[in-house]
Design a protein around this ligand. Structure first.
Ligand SMILES: Nc1ncnc2c1ncn2[C@@H]1O[C@H](COP(=O)(O)OP(=O)(O)OP(=O)(O)O)[C@@H](O)[C@H]1O
Length: 162
């Protein structure tokens, strides 16, 4: 099977990327939270996980083999990562009814760093908290660099408050 024929099946069968049944992603509860390079990002609920973020994967991906290879490679790398400072990758999913594909990720309940800093502008943003954030970001990067030998060239900081 060539990658172009069906990247989704290739990712699952050849590269052992986890598949999450779309039935698990309760579509009624989907709310839009952002826009990424490949499409819209929603918050939804997954029956077996709880709150998750799902990223649409544009179907134009099908037309470009380099793009598909890069994308699958990113999925493979992400599926090896398990660290409290890095958003967890859970798998990929397909809505057969409308032909949409999704990447399923841990939901970051505090949004991205830019929005967080804008909110904080008018409130107290203690140096202690700033330092904590910086250290946590560095911990995530250290894990990628030192343990997995990955240089992250497109860092997006999103925040999870537990
Ligand atoms: N897991 C998540 N939890 C909560 N919000 C998220 C999550 N992922 C993305 N977002 C929101 O969507 C915005 C865009 O996401 P992001 O930059 O990751 O998309 P992208 O361009 O597809 O990223 P990349 O191609 O680098 O993986 C973020 O700034 C954030 O507000």
């Amino acid at each position: 099977m060539s990658l172009n024929e069906n990247w989704y099946q290739t990712a699952i069968e050849k590269y052992e990327i986890n598949e999450i049944s779309y039935k698990e992603l309760l579509s009624k509860e989907q709310t839009r939270i952002g826009r990424g390079a490949f499409g819209i990002i929603y918050k939804t609920k997954c029956e077996s996980i709880g709150n998750v973020a799902i990223k649409e994967v544009s179907t134009t991906l099908e037309d470009d083999e380099t793009c598909i290879n890069n994308f699958i490679n990113e999925l493979k790398i992400h599926s090896r990562i398990e660290h409290e400072r890095i958003i967890q990758f859970y798998g990929i999913s397909q809505n057969i009814d409308d032909g949409m594909y999704y990447v399923v990720l841990e939901y970051a309940n505090q949004g991205n760093l830019r929005e967080f800093l804008i909110k904080k502008k008018n409130c107290n943003f203690e140096w202690k908290e700033r330092l904590q954030l910086a250290v946590q970001i560095a911990e995530g990067l250290l894990y990628l660099h030192d343990y997995l030998n990955i240089a992250h060239r497109d860092l997006v900081i999103i925040l999870v408050k537990s």
